[in-house]
Design a protein around this ligand. Structure first.
Ligand code: SF4
Length: 468
């Protein structure tokens, strides 16, 4: 069987990450590996051929993109959409659908968390993959001519249009090793990596937490066995990869899986790596085990200076725990990137200014200032749709705010844009901050990655134009 993965070009070569849960445009100059496709590639068996055309990573022109896919003879195609550039992704998809009229095509994309978009795309594809770890590739490849009529696990079809049928609980699965070789493109850059060459590994897909402003609050966690992750790590070592990004939304969950994994990583491997880490999962022993296993950077959601107020959105985090985590990471020399959200519906201008001040007061290494956005499946989107401030077909809103800011009922979009720019400049241009980063930058390659990202971040913040 030949399996073809396709990511379309992005207009203006924008670095857009297309995912099932949350797509976004790069806030600096990075582009993640397409993690959902990586997971899907682990269903290929020996003898199967796999190919990847990534028009965004390879910065393909329309004609180069067409040239690449027209020579392929796949048995099944996976195609990625993003909410950020829905219109152009749909136009490329229509061209591909016309050429491969007899080949089963399955799509992924955060935009399909919404029913209207699901219904539209299901008229012209075999299904929408929502839980990549549950698919039956053979059955899907045999879906030729049965467009949308099959009942497939982990996939929405015309026969089953609800993406997540089960209540939120942890699923455990066995899986193979993804075809990492396919995803070693130069165009993929991870902003916190110490080396340009890296690989993405997932021990848990989905999220056990329920923050209502996040698309992932809809997605039940699926956990890989420790044995499968260790086999994958062996494979990556054989490939000569030394830098990893653990793409779990909350690394460290479930604890009984992660503790023994970290122990084996510390004993058997010498990877250096980054992960998302949820402050509620923090305990000193776990953080130290992560450091011993090679973790050099954690990305944590702080979101607001008024942490208790986030309970309004089902996010329950203890402020003392956040501060203890940040201080402990600082002592262990683990870098911390904090995610912060500007413009949540309940917040005033002064609240947002406090959040920026809070970020400046903590010993952080990076701060990702996100604009509260109407992400598919989020409460913010439901609200603005209900109020008629957004309608079907209108996309382009992600947390970078580069191509559109919806604003809240208390703070308008232009003020939010200015606040984000101010926050970035204030945070990253402090002499003490620059000295801190220089102290933590251990090689010329690491310095090059950091400089590229910082220049792009500052240029992006200063050059942002208002769309709405
Ligand atoms: S913990 Fe993070 S990924 Fe999970 S629902 Fe909350 S914001 Fe989303």
């Amino acid at each position: 069987m030949k399996i073809l993965f396709i990511i379309p070009p992005s207009s203006g070569h924008r670095r857009i990450v297309r995912n099932i849960d949350c797509s976004h445009e790069s806030k600096a100059d990075y582009l993640w590996q397409p993690n959902d496709f990586l997971i899907l590639s682990s269903f290929a068996v020996p003898g199967d051929e796999t190919a990847l055309i990534d028009g965004t990573a390879d910065r393909l022109s329309d004609s180069e993109f067409r040239q690449q896919y027209s020579v392929e003879k796949p048995d099944i195609i996976f195609y990625a959409f993003s909410f950020v550039c829905w219109e152009t992704d749909l136009a490329y998809f229509s061209q591909i659908r016309a050429i491969f009229s007899e080949t089963p095509i399955f799509v992924i994309g955060d935009i399909f968390l919404e029913q209207d978009y699901r219904e539209l795309i299901l008229k012209s594809c075999e299904g929408i993959v929502f839980v990549p770890y549950l698919i039956d590739l053979k059955k899907m490849a045999g879906a030729k001519g049965a467009r949308g009529k099959l009942d497939l696990q982990g996939v929405c079809t015309a026969a089953e249009t609800v993406p997540f049928k089960k209540p939120k609980h942890v699923m455990r699965i066995k899986r193979n090793t993804p075809r990492h070789e396919l995803f070693q493109k130069k165009g993929y850059i991870f902003p916190f990596a110490k080396r340009f060459r890296f690989a993405t590994v997932t021990t848990m897909w989905g999220c056990p937490f329920l923050c209502a402003y996040c698309s992932d609050s809809n997605i039940s966690p699926v956990v890989s066995s420790r044995e499968d992750v260790l086999i994958e790590l062996e494979h990556l070592r054989e490939m000569g990869v030394t830098e990893l990004f653990f793409a779990d939304k909350a690394f460290g969950f479930p604890k009984e899986n992660i503790r023994p994994l970290l122990k084996e990583m510390a004993e058997r491997f010498r990877f250096s790596w980054t992960c998302y880490f949820h402050p509620q999962l923090y305990d000193p022993e776990l953080l130290e085990a992560m450091r011993d296993a090679g973790c050099h950077t954690i990305i944590i959601g702080i979101d607001s200076a008024n942490i208790p107020s986030l309970a309004l959105y089902n996010r329950h985090v203890n402020k003392d725990k956040v501060e203890a985590l940040v201080a402990h990471a600082d002592r262990l020399n683990i870098s911390v990137c904090a995610d912060l959200i500007l413009g949540l519906e309940h917040e005033t201008l002064s609240d947002v200014e406090k959040t920026i001040g809070y970020a400046l007061s903590l010993p952080l290494d990076f701060a990702s200032f996100n604009i509260a956005s109407p992400l598919p499946g989020s409460v913010i989107r439901k609200k603005v749709l209900k109020e008629g401030r957004l309608s079907f077909g209108e996309g382009g809103f992600d947390t970078s705010g580069k191509t559109g800011i919806i604003g809240s009922s208390r703070i308008d979009s232009e003020t939010l844009r200015k606040l984000r720019t101010k926050a970035i400049l204030k945070f990253y241009l402090r002499p003490s901050y620059l000295m801190r980063r220089l102290r933590k930058t251990g090689s010329l390659e690491h310095l090059q990655i950091q400089l590229l990202q910082m220049i792009a971040l500052l240029k992006g913040a200063l050059g942002q134009t208002e769309k709405k």
